[in-house]
Design a protein around this ligand. Structure first.
Ligand code: RP5
Length: 162
């Protein structure tokens, strides 16, 4: 199944492309779109409403400021939607964080950290891996790599300071 990666503005791309890279590294098919909840609400609605029949399994929505994109997509699909609040100049991302995370009851958005595109991608992969054993194996291998990297640093510092 595909992951839809939607951003509210092309200005969000420097953040979002870190997540796109993770999805590509795992071999997950990705479709990338720029669709604003404010500037093209009808196209954003249509995208979400047809996402399931178009082969998507998860949607990722990145937006900054009064970040309504993830909620607007979630309002029009029952696919899981992951929100990435993007940092902007005025409030350091707190505006987007609260807009994305504080969804009213009944329409969930799984919100990652401000600018947390890598975790959004990993969470999307974890959702797909529930029914995809090959992806689950790749996730386990990636976790082991992270563990090994930390333990290698630990060994290096212990050798240096003890
Ligand atoms: C949001 O407004 C976008 O997601 C972006 O983070 C922010 C600013 O958009 P631009 O004015 O840079 O297009 O809708």
């Amino acid at each position: 199944m595909k992951v839809g990666v939607v951003m509210g503005s092309v200005s969000d791309l420097p953040v979002v492309e870190k997540g796109i890279k993770v999805l590509q590294d795992f071999g997950v098919p990705v479709e990338v779109r720029v669709l604003s909840a404010h500037r093209c609400p009808e196209e954003a609605r249509d995208f979400a409403a047809s996402a399931r029949e178009n082969g998507f399994g998860v949607l990722i929505a990145a937006a900054g400021m009064a970040a309504h994109l993830a909620g607007a997509l979630a309002a029009n699909t029952t696919l899981p939607v992951i929100g990435i609040p993007c940092k902007s100049t005025n409030f350091d991302g707190m505006d987007a964080l609260l807009s994305t995370v504080m969804m009213p009851s009944g329409i969930p958005v799984a919100t990652v950290a401000v600018d947390g595109a890598k975790n959004a991608a990993l969470l999307a992969i974890e959702i797909l891996a529930v029914t995809d054993a090959g992806l689950a194996e790749k996730l386990a291998a990636a976790r082991k790599k992270e563990t090994d990297a930390v333990l290698a640093k630990d060994a290096e510092l212990r050798a240096k300071y003890h």
